[in-house]
Ligand binder design. Structure first.
Ligand code: KIV
Ligand code: ZN
Length: 534
């Protein structure tokens, strides 16, 4: 096959490099704990991602642990993904990333340094010659640790063309196996970005032996367009994230890339290995785990992506679907809201359905989810697949500790007078209650919880949405809390009563905080022992 610059491409396979757990998680409000990251990593495997960037190991002990654990656990698959750890072009970063990815069957170190004039002068305060020296030394170091080394020219989108080729040649010479050309600030236009890739391929010695990668940010809404323009010029790896999460306006969205290849296979002479039927579920899981709701009109995974509202469109759809539908909802795994189970469904049918949705609950978790399902059947006429997923997620991510348990609650709000709530909690068998006022029933309830738990926490996020449509829909609340020390955790809960969902989400978050802090403490004391031994 021939590209527009006349070069022969080696393969028509495009590798999908998912950075939801690194660039995506870096975005404000998107942080995930280890269990959440593992759930996402497992789902990315089901989705058919080739490489996951699991984190930035030097940035925190939590990041190191997550990369390391993902590297261990993903090795259990017969067809394991490559696990990458990010590292600045610094010795400490590279060594740490190497340790983190070591257990992976396919480990990769991804190292980077800025190469644009503006970044070199103002951020790095280094000359171009110094940058090249660092690239050579650091890529060599990374290559002495792992076989698979990716080098990124940060802000490549604003790097001078000839310097870009010079740096790339140095990185290849030093042993890089993938060269990434990030449009870090989302500045490039598709034709310019394509020119850049074409120029790089034409003027860089050794480039024919490595994979060229894209990493496009979406500041001007062009991340996907730029990535696709680049593959037409020979790039064979696309870095992207689920739901387009990432720094500022985010990264190229994985689902949009995959569906472009699938829907326009008449246009693209290449393909990727994404199992598109897993897209919808992956999107929902990432939305759940990060607490970031997907905008309704988001391409591919938004709630309205396949909804046809206008009369003319509906008429056309009824006569012949393809009049307005270029891809089917089923192709992205959206199976509709069809009622799945009801009041009379038994434990066996429930468990089978939960398993088919990809959940592997322990007996105890399955029992708790079934009890919640039965409660729901009494309150809600139709129980949909999305309801089951919300229940399973609530149980699964509740946290192993139940330090605080809700015994009872009561709230009152009216157009006159101050809203109030009375909450009773149990801790280690002991019950205590508080009554407080607030700006609304949730505020009043949270004030009670504060008073009862005496925890020094700050509420940093509260997201409420409906799991499905209809008046009796489950309300889902994700609460993010933070302690002074900077530890952030999320708690989730669903209920047909949104105030109750808020109260339970807050208690779940508090319980998760206890687990996380105990974990941190154990790790710190373990570390102290290790340090003592050195
Ligand atoms: O946007 C960027 O340049 C990055 C690099 C670290 C690859 O995220
Ligand atoms: Zn980035």
């Amino acid at each position: 096959m021939t590209t527009s610059n006349g070069n022969q491409q080696k393969t028509d396979r495009v590798f999908i490099f998912d950075t939801t757990l690194r660039d995506g998680e870096q975005a404000p409000g998107c942080s995930m704990n280890l269990r959440e990251k593992l759930a996402v990593a497992n789902q990315l495997h089901r989705l058919g991602v080739d490489i996951i960037e699991a984190g930035f190991p030097i940035s925190s002990d939590g990041d190191f642990e997550a990369v390391n654990e993902i590297a261990k656990q993903m090795g259990n698959y017969d067809n394991p993904m490559t696990i990458a750890g990010l590292a600045r072009a610094r010795e400490g970063d590279i060594v740490r990333a190497g340790e983190a990815v070591k257990p992976a069957k396919r480990p990769r170190i991804h190292t980077f340094i800025a190469t644009s004039p503006i970044h070199m002068e103002y951020k790095l305060r280094k000359s171009p010659a110094q940058v090249i020296e660092i690239v050579t030394a650091m890529v060599k170091l990374a290559r002495s640790i792992v076989e698979d080394v990716e080098f990124s020219l940060e802000d490549a989108g604003r790097t001078e063309f000839d310097f870009m080729c010079e740096v790339t040649a140095a990185a290849i010479e030093a042993g890089a196996t993938t060269i990434n050309v990030p449009d870090t600030v989302g500045y490039c236009q598709p034709a310019q970005y394509a020119d850049r890739i074409r120029y790089l391929r034409k003027h860089t010695p050794g480039i024919e032996n490595i994979v060229i990668s894209t990493h496009c940010h979406n500041d001007l809404g062009l991340a996907v367009a730029n990535s696709l323009a680049a593959v037409m010029e020979g790039a064979r790896q696309i870095e992207c994230t689920v739901n387009g999460l990432g720094e500022r306006a985010g990264n190229a969205s994985l689902e949009e890339i995959a569906m472009n290849f699938r829907t326009r296979s008449d246009f693209f002479p290449m393909h990727c290995n994404i199992n598109t039927a897993e897209i919808y579920r992956t999107s929902r899981l990432v939305s759940e785990m990060t607490g970031q709701r997907v905008q309704a009109n988001k391409a591919i995974v938004g709630a309205n992506a396949f909804a046809h509202e206008s009369g003319i469109h509906q008429d056309g759809m009824l006569k012949y679907k393809e009049t307005y539908e270029i891809m089917t909802p089923e192709s992205v795994g959206w199976t509709g809201e069809g009622m799945v189970l009801g009041k009379h469904s038994g434990r066996h049918a429930f468990n089978t359905r939960i398993k088919s949705l990809g959940y592997n609950l322990s007996d105890e978790e399955a029992e708790a989810a079934f009890a919640r399902f039965k409660e729901l059947c009494d309150k809600k006429k139709d129980v949909y697949e999305d309801d089951l997923i919300a229940l399973a997620d609530e149980v699964l991510f509740k946290g192993s500790s139940q330090t605080w348990e809700l015994v009872s609650y009561e709230y009152a709000a009216a157009s006159s007078g101050k809203p109030s709530a009375t909450i009773s909690l149990r801790q280690n068998g002991e019950e205590k209650a508080a009554t407080c006022n607030g700006d609304g029933p949730i505020d009043a309830a949270f004030t009670c919880i504060d008073e009862l738990t005496e925890e020094d926490i700050r509420l940093v996020g509260f997201v409420l949405d409906a799991v499905t449509e209809g008046e009796d829909a489950l309300g889902r609340v994700t609460v993010t809390i933070e302690r002074e020390a900077g530890i952030r955790v999320k708690g989730r809960a669903v209920s047909t009563d949104v105030v109750l969902a808020g109260i339970k989400a807050c208690i779940n978050a508090l319980n998760s905080l206890q687990v996380q802090e105990a974990h941190e403490e154990a790790r710190r004391s373990g570390e102290a022992v290790n340090r003592g031994a050195v």
